[in-house]
Ligand binder design. Sequence first.
Ligand code: ADP
Ligand code: MG
Length: 717
Amino acid sequence: MYLSTSVTLPPPPERLLQTPITYLKGVGPFKASLLQKELQIFTYNDLLLYFPFRYLDRTRIDQIVSLHAERDFVQLVVVLTAKKIRGDGGKKRLIVYAQDATGTIELVWFKGIAWVEKSIQLGGTYLVYGRLTSFLGQYQITHPDIEAVADKAQQEVPHILLEPVYPSTEKLRNVGLTGRALGKLTAQLIEQLSGYELAEFLPNTLLEKQKFLTRDQSLKNIHFPKSKELLDQALRRVKFEEFFVAHIQLQRIKMLRHQDKAGGAVFKVVGDVFMDFYKHHLPFPLTQAQKRVLKEIKADTEQGYQMNRLLQGDVGSGKTIVAFLSILIALGNGYQACLMAPTEILARQHFQTISNYAQGLPIRIALLVGALKKIERKKILLQLSQHEIDIVIGTHALIEDEVIFKKLGFVVIDEQHRFGVEQRAKLWQKAKPAPHVLVMTATPIPRTLAMTVYGDLDQSILDQLPPGRKPIKTVVRYETHRGNVMGFVRSQIDLGRQAYIVYPLIEESEKLRYEDLEQGIVQVQSYLPSDRYNLSKLHGRMSDAEKDINMKRFINGTSQVMVATTVIEVGVNVPNATVMVIESAEKFGLSQLHQLRGRVGRGAELSYCILLTSFRLSKEAKARLEVIRSTTDGFQIAQKDLDMRGPGEFEGTKQSGALPFKVASLVLDQDINQLAQQAVADLMVADPVLAQPENQPLKNYLVKLSPNNTIQLGKIS
Ligand code: ADP
Ligand code: MG
C-alpha cells in the first residue's frame, strides 16, 4: 500500500540528524564514545540507520502451562501470589511467585530488590515480559519487564506490538546497552523525529509503481512497527533501497569506464597471427558460445576504453581457447599479454596447452613461476621488459613489482576467485593505458548474484559445452561399500583408464574427524597393490617439487591413480581419467563437488563420479548430494548452492567487500534484488546521468554517499 501522508510534515533540519549521539538523552560522553567505537554510531542519523536484527513478538500472551524451553521470550498476564528473599550478600535475590489460570512461575530479581518490592503489589494483576529460563525444573523469568494491568481491555491490547532488538556487543552490554536498551535510545530518537518527515530520495514514479512505503514510513516502522504488515513493507522498501543504490553505483563505475575512451589499449585489427591460427591451426571448430564471447571481447577492445570482463563458464566449457584467441588479437596489435593462474600446476598446464596451440606461430611464450632458477628468472624478466616475450604465463609471481612489461595490453586471470581485487588492480598498473582484463571463472554464480558482486564488470557466459561430451554418471554410495567401489575403479584401470580418489583436506583439528589422506593411501593400496598399480599423491603439505613429480606421473600415465586432497580441484586436465571417487563427500560444499567432478568426463570415454558417504547424513548433506547426483549444470548447482547455503560462503564474494547490505540478503531476497536490478537498468536507459528533476534527490543522495568516490555524478553529461 502506498501511503501518502495526509498531513505534510516538514523535513527535519539537517543539523538535527547530524547531532552528535552524545546529546541523546541517556547517552552522554562515555556511552557515546563506546557507540562510536563499537558500532560506528556518531550521529543521530547513524542511529537512525542502525536497524534491529529481530523483534520480540509482544502481540501474544502465553499461558504458563504451554511454556517450553525453546520459547526464549514470553509474555504473561499473571497475579502475584507470594514473595521471598533468598541468600544474602552478592547472592541475595528476590523471588516472586506469579500465576495465571494454568500454572505458576517464578520471577527473580538480583538487583534493585528494594525498589521492586516497593513497586509491586501481591494480589495485583501484571503484564510480565522477559526471557524464559528453567532452574531445577522450575520456569523462571529473571529481571522481567513488569507493569500493572489496570483493566481487562489492556490485557488484550499490549501497547508495544513488536519490540526491536538491536545487535549489541560485549562492551556495550557491560554498560547496560543491551540489544533492547539500544531500542530505548532509538525510541527517543524517533520521538524527536516524529514532527518531521524524513526526506525521500527514490523517484516518485518508482515508489508508486512498486507501491513502496516512503522513506519516512519505512525507517520509522523498521524501528517501531505499527503492525507486522507495515514491518514487512518497511523491510521490503529498505532492502530494495540497498540493492538499488548498490546497483546504481556499480553500473556507474562501468559506465564511466566505458566513457573513458583513452582508458585502454585500442585493438584496431584482428591481426595476422590470429587469422593464421584461426584458419590453419584451430584444433576444433568453436562452439557458438565461444564465438559469441570472442565477439564480445573484440567489441570491447577496439573502442579505446579498458575492458574488465568476467567470463563465466562451467568446467570444460572451453575457456582456454577463448583466452588464447583473445591474446592473439592483442599480439596482432603489437601488445604483450599475460595469463595468471592460481597455482603452479595450473600455470604449467596452461603453458603446455598454449605452447601446443602456438606451434608454428611466430610467437614467444614464457613460463614464470616461483620455482625458477634465479638466472632463468632474470632472463625472462629482461626479455619481458624488452618485448622479446609475447605471452608470459605464471602464478602470483606475475604481479610482483619487478615484473615489468614493455607493452602489456591484455591480462587473463584464470579461476578468479583466488585473486583479490587488489591483486587485479596491481596488474592494471603494469601498463599505461591499463591492459584489458579478462577474468575467467569456472565457479559459475547465479546471474543476480554475479550482477551484484561483479556488477561493475562486463560479463560473458559460456553456456554451452563442446560437442561429443559423454555425460558423467554420478552415484552416491555408503563407505561400507568401498570394496565394491574400489573393485570398479580397478576394472576401469584395467581397461587403461585412470582414476582420482579425493579426500577432504588434512586438518589439524581432530574434531573434524576427516579421513586422513595417509591412512587412505594405505587403504587404496590394499585394493590396488603396488606391484601392479602406480599411485600418485598430492596434498598441501608436500613440497612443490614433490607435487610436480606426482602430477607429471599422473598426466603422462605412469601412475593410474591420483590420491589427493582438494588441491586438484581447480582446472587439472587429464582426459584419460574416467573415475572420480570422493571420500566423505558429505563434507564438501556443492561447488567443490562440482569442480571435483569436472576433473573427469574430459575424454571420449564414459566417466563416473562416486560419492562415498557415512551412514548418518544431515538433512543438508543429503540435499547437497542429491543436487550433485541429479544435475551436472554448473549454473543450476550454483543457484541451489546460493539457495541452500548463503552468499557469505560463496567463493569470490567474500573478499569483494562490495556488499554493504544491512538488511538485504542475497540469498533470501533474490526477488527484490532482481527488481532493483531491473529498476536500475530502466533508469540507466531513461536518465543515465540523473538529469531529470525527479531524480535530483537520488543524485544528491548518491553524491553525499560517496563524495570522494569515482562516482562524480556531476562530471558526466
Ligand atoms: P575450461 O573452460 O574448464 O577451462 P578447457 O579450456 O580446459 O575448459 O577445455 C576443456 C577441453 O575441451 C579441452 O580439452 C579443450 O581442448 C576442449 N575444447 C574446448 N573447446 C572445444 C570445442 N569447441 N570443441 C571441442 N573441444 C573443445
Ligand atoms: Mg580452465
